[in-house]
Design a protein around this ligand. Sequence first.
Ligand code: OFO
Length: 170
Amino acid sequence: MISEKMQEALNEQVNKEFYSAYMYLAMSAYCDTIGLPGFSSWMRLQFEEESLHVTKMFDYILDQGGQIHLKPIEEPPKAYGTPLEVFETTLEHEQYVTRLIHKLMGLAVEEQDYATQTFLQWYITEQVEEESNVNNVVAPLRMVGDDKGGLMMIDQQLAQRLPPLPIAPK
Ligand code: OFO
């Protein structure tokens, strides 16, 4: 059982995770149009990962006897600037999501909702990984600057990203 306040906060986070998925799909299209297929494929897999974050939280709300409240998803931008800017935006976004998850945990602590605290621990760990993965792309992008050869190499590396593993069943 979860409180109504927690249920609403989790539904709000489901919407934010949907937005993340939507934004990465838009970034995937953008990277494809600027001739970076490896970047595009990385973003497409990030979209898939965010979709898993959505369904994990969706299932938790239902498992707790809560109600799902799906809200409109904000429209993401169409263009994202240079390849470095694409990943800087990604980093800022993931840092924002980390803050949202921490806020949710704060609410779970305040409400002495131990089940939700345990559940959210997975997202807290996941956000550390999300930020680290993006930082690992931002750093080489800053290093290569405008060098086209360097950019092509990074594009090839990003193309190697593997699809996300399915999230373990509850
Ligand atoms: Fe769902 O972690 Fe990114 O946004």
